[in-house]
Design a protein around this ligand. Sequence first.
Ligand code: PLP
Length: 356
Amino acid sequence: MIAITKSTNNKLSKYNLLNEPITFGTIFTDHYFEATYANSKWQDAHIKPFTKFSTDPTLSIFHYGQSIFEGLKAFKTHDNKINLFRPYENFKRINRSAERMAMPAIPEEYFIEGAKKLVALDRDWMPNKPNHSLYIRPFMFAADHIVKVRPSDTFQFFIVLSPAGPYHGGNMKILVEDVHTRSAPGGTGSIKNGGNYGCSMLAMKNAMQKGFDQVLWMDAFEHKWIQEVGMMNVFFIINGVVITPALNDGTILPGVTRDSLITIFTKILHLKVEERNIHIDEIIESYKNNTLQEIFGAGTAAVISIIDELKYKDVHIKLNIDEHDDRLYSNRAKKILNDIRLNIMPDTHEWLVPVC
Ligand SMILES: *Cc1c(COP(=O)(O)O)cnc(C)c1O
């Protein structure tokens, strides 16, 4: 059972979401979902007014990083119905993350019904404009008060919502990271735990200081095999073929956007898609012989981010790409994904889950 306490203090009127650009992840709605795991069971599921919550400095998560999260979006169709996009994929993934991090599984009711009820309650926060959405951030963390290292016995699970507009980042300039790594076989690269992001901040900071937007992560042993770009899955188009790293060694996050794009490229655009290992030399070679057409990152927040520059040691790849060119495979796939979300194109894969 999910209890609901409505806020009496609506903050929405403080923002001008329709006319001012929204910086991703900075604005939060009037309510959040909260539940506690204690005495070996989930309890106190509650949608309540968004407030601060109190704790003390010994909270386990502050010390040992036992935390996981998800990210998904709710969209409005052209006829004003609100849907979550593939939420069961995120639900399955958060419980794979929970298992890997020795945390309890989250009940489906909390994750799916919790998100639906919360979105329904705060639906006015979804800007009524093309390419806008509500970003849904479920997360769980260790809540024991102890500084001894051991898996926590208590956990807290939250869902918060944040209105999101289109990404205006423009094309991305990427540095190939060949010193630091984010993920190795047997590690946690294929789940969304907080530590994966903590350990990637330095590389990101260094790259930004050198004028790049993000790094391209490479394998932990040779620093030659491509993994991901920042916090996104990476795709290459070479000679009309779509290529993305395979998921087989557990170092790559299985993105829902990645999976949706693979379906769109194969089933709708009828392109050949290869999920396999990609060596950096293959990319450089394809650039030199003019078969490298596109590079892009894929993830829920930005959907697709076009990459037009890639620097690896002293090789500088520069693709002449107009990000608005609707002949690009990336833009065609992005448009199809958007049209499915808006219900302009039929949702033949049952990706949309109605909120009410
Ligand atoms: C979340 C995430 C992605 C993208 O996953 P989506 O389900 O498409 O949002 C890719 N890589 C990393 C490292 C991520 O954390």
